[in-house]
Design a protein around this ligand. Structure first.
Ligand code: NAD
Length: 308
């Protein structure tokens, strides 16, 4: 079988058109989105992502505020900084960049963000709403997985509202930002969802479950974790993993994911590549969530969501 490579860049462009239309409509109602980012420390990935988000925000002429705190910042100062953004009416969405320095309690930080400005959907209220199938904000990475899947499903002439019913979706990874919300989104689509994680692998049972997948979503952060022998013929495979490899001789960098792309593609019906799969859609989804937050601040019913 030769897999369809799902083109994340093209699908992101199409989603971007929808988001731009939504922004246009909101601007007609005098809604002015604003974004506040908080970064503690000097993690290179977080710094790079902040620059990226800033460019996105500035390109859309958002009001943009960035709070950069030292790596040894006190918990109380982080919470106060987020509180300041919560209280600023020009900031309609708040994004806390990860990873946080290890002394900062992730749960406390998530819980202090105003739930109506929480564009990554990490506040317990938003996580609860999503788990109950009544999302306010769908976290951008798992939302993108399903946006890519739905787009592929439509391309083969199937209806995404019915396609997953009774199918087996296996999610590898159970983080609060990717794995768990992906599981909840799968359940909402009436799939049978199997949740695997590091202990599944430690028990030597990962392949046993991944081989059951009609749809496989891998978000483990382990390069090349899923190999050809761990999937069945015809699987639809979504690779969330993102790893930058540097060639020490040439200095050139390449990006790879959690799937052994060539081996899985040889058996799959469809597969997302790295780069150019989940990443570009995630970016646009984050902008969409920022519009939801801006609409909520203006007491307008947001239109952007999970319906594809
Ligand atoms: P995380 O470290 O918070 O969680 C990883 C999860 O994978 C955990 O639940 C863990 O139990 C599980 N896991 C670890 N090793 C495993 C193994 N050997 N077998 C099975 N499960 C295992 O990571 P995260 O934030 O969920 O991100 C996962 C990956 O996705 C990372 O590579 C990250 O860079 C990438 N990511 C990509 C995007 C994007 O937009 N493309 C966004 C977020 C994260």
């Amino acid at each position: 079988m030769s897999a369809v490579v799902i083109d994340g860049a093209a699908i992101a462009e199409e989603l971007r058109t929808r988001v731009d239309e939504e922004l246009h409509v909101l601007r007609l109602s005098e809604v002015r989105p604003g974004l506040g980012t908080v970064l503690a420390g000097e993690d290179p990935g977080a710094l790079a992502y902040e620059r990226h988000v800033r460019r996105l925000a500035e390109g859309l002429e958002y009001h943009y505020v960035h709070e950069h705190l030292p790596a040894d910042v006190e918990v109380a100062d982080v919470l106060a900084t987020i509180g300041k953004l919560n209280a600023d009416p020009r900031v309609t969405g708040v994004l806390v960049l990860r990873p946080l320095p290890s002394h900062l309690p992730e749960a406390d930080v998530n819980a202090i963000v105003d739930p109506r400005k929480d564009i990554e959907g990490q506040h317990p209220e938003n996580a609860g709403l999503l788990a109950l199938g009544r999302p306010r904000f769908v976290p951008s990475t798992p939302a993108s997985c399903f946006y890519l899947l739905d787009s592929y499903v439509r391309s083969i002439g199937e209806d995404p509202h019915a396609y997953y019913t009774g199918k087996t979706i296996v999610v590898v990874g159970r983080s609060a930002s990717v794995g768990k919300p992906a599981q909840w989104l799968g359940l909402e689509r009436d799939a049978t969802v199997i949740a695997c994680h590091s202990r599944t692998a430690a028990a030597g049972r990962l392949g046993e479950f991944t081989r059951m997948a009609d749809v496989l979503i891998v978000a483990a952060g382990v390069r090349g974790l899923v190999t050809g022998d761990m999937v069945r013929e015809g699987v639809i495979a979504v690779d969330v993993g993102f790893h930058v490899l540097k060639d020490e001789v040439t200095g050139r960098t390449t990006m790879v994911g959690d799937l052994d792309f060539d081996e899985v593609a040889a058996k799959a019906a469809a597969i997302t590549p790295v780069p150019g799969g989940v990443g570009p859609v995630t970016d646009v989804w984050l902008i969409g969530n920022s519009l939801v937050a801006a609409a909520l601040a203006a007491r307008i019913e947001p239109r952007f969501g999970t319906d594809g």
